[in-house]
Ligand binder design. Structure first.
Ligand code: MRU
Length: 331
């Protein structure tokens, strides 16, 4: 049984520190908005939906600790990570309470409702997506779009969990996901813990795996889907989509409606987070590159919509184009 990535208990937001997975399962109690901002920046809580939920609880903590600090708490949380739109979506919901001068206890209720909604959305994504997989499917996934990245069973991994629950035999190739290894550390751990047939590969093996084995689908999550269907996700996703298209393998994005951003016209308008050079030169504290080398470390890339077969959302499966995004949002 996979533990919950976060929950609210005794006036604290309790998170499983994802930087320690899979070797240690350490719970952290976050009591202030500063604790939550720090946990989001350091990826102790990560994955687009999960950081949205954590940020909502960060606002609730600010409201409980000092109601006058709510506005600045929202600003600080907004500045914690730029790419995942779920963060801004959740903060906008919390800000609406401030604008309507809602009583303090409403903030915690709203954060809890955002958490519950997300869990339900994951379940629905799994239901819709699992119908797309044949009964002996082999799937490639990238990064971690599982239970650790959401308040529920995940997005891309929800599709796999639900397919297995329906009796389908699913095999998964897990990209390790350089530089922070969310695939090797977190997805691999989730799948092994769930008894799912999973094989770890390094990111640069994916095209070779597609050419040597029968692969039925590539499924990843997303941090933001623009109005035209372009999708930002963990760095390496674009290359995976290109390789999938070359091999005529359907490439799917699984994401809740809260990941669709009608205000961002296309992928070029998505702000891509750049992270520290040390994540590349000194992974997990071990220096591997010479001092003095320059580093480019974008955390995400954008997959153009024409490489995406469909968007698997909590409202159903939609085409990855302006029409599909519009109908998903209005459905
Ligand atoms: O930097 P991370 O680990 O937060 O990046 C996470 C991803 O790219 C996920 O694929 C995405 O947020 C979707 S999670 C359901």
């Amino acid at each position: 049984m996979i533990p919950r990535t976060l929950h609210f208990e005794n006036n604290s937001l309790v998170i499983l520190d994802q930087t320690e997975l899979p070797l240690k399962q350490i719970e952290l109690r976050l009591n202030t908005v500063d604790d939550v901002v720090d946990a989001i920046k350091k990826l102790k809580v990560r994955g687009a939906p999960a950081i949205g939920v954590a940020a909502a609880y960060g606002v609730a903590l600010a409201a409980m600790n000092d109601p006058l600090s709510v506005s600045s708490a929202i600003d600080r949380l907004r500045a914690s990570r730029p790419t995942a739109v779920n963060l801004f979506w959740a903060l906008n919901r919390m800000e609406a309470l401030l604008k309507s001068s809602a009583p303090t206890e409403k903030y915690l209720e709203e954060a809890m409702s955002i958490e519950d909604d997300d869990a339900e959305k994951c379940r629905r994504i799994g239901e819709y997506g699992s119908e797309l997989l044949p009964s002996n499917a082999v799937v490639i996934t990238h990064c971690n779009a599982g239970a650790m990245a959401t308040a529920g069973i995940g997005t891309a991994l929800a599709v796999i969990y639900k397919a297995v629950e329906k009796g389908k035999k699913i095999k998964v190739f897990v990209d390790e996901t350089r530089p922070l290894l969310q695939g090797a550390r977190i997805t691999a751990w989730e799948l092994v813990s769930s008894g799912i047939d999973a094989t770890l590969i390094t990111d640069n093996m994916a095209a070779a795996v597609m050419s040597r084995f029968k692969i039925d689908a590539v499924i990843t999550g997303a941090d933001r889907v623009a109005a035209n269907g372009d999708a930002a996700n963990k760095i390496g996703t674009f290359g995976l989509a290109l390789a999938a298209n070359f091999h005529k393998i359907p490439f799917y994005i699984a994401a809740p409606i809260s990941t669709l951003d009608p205000n961002t016209p296309d992928g070029s308008a998505i702000k891509i987070e750049e992270r520290s050079a040390e994540e590349v030169t000194e992974p997990f504290g071990k220096r591997i590159a010479p001092y003095g080398i320059k580093v480019f470390n974008p955390a995400f890339d954008v997959t153009p919509h024409h490489l995406i077969k469909a968007l698997i959302t909590d409202k159903g499966v939609f085409s990855a184009d302006s029409l599909g995004v519009k109908s998903a949002l209005n459905d």
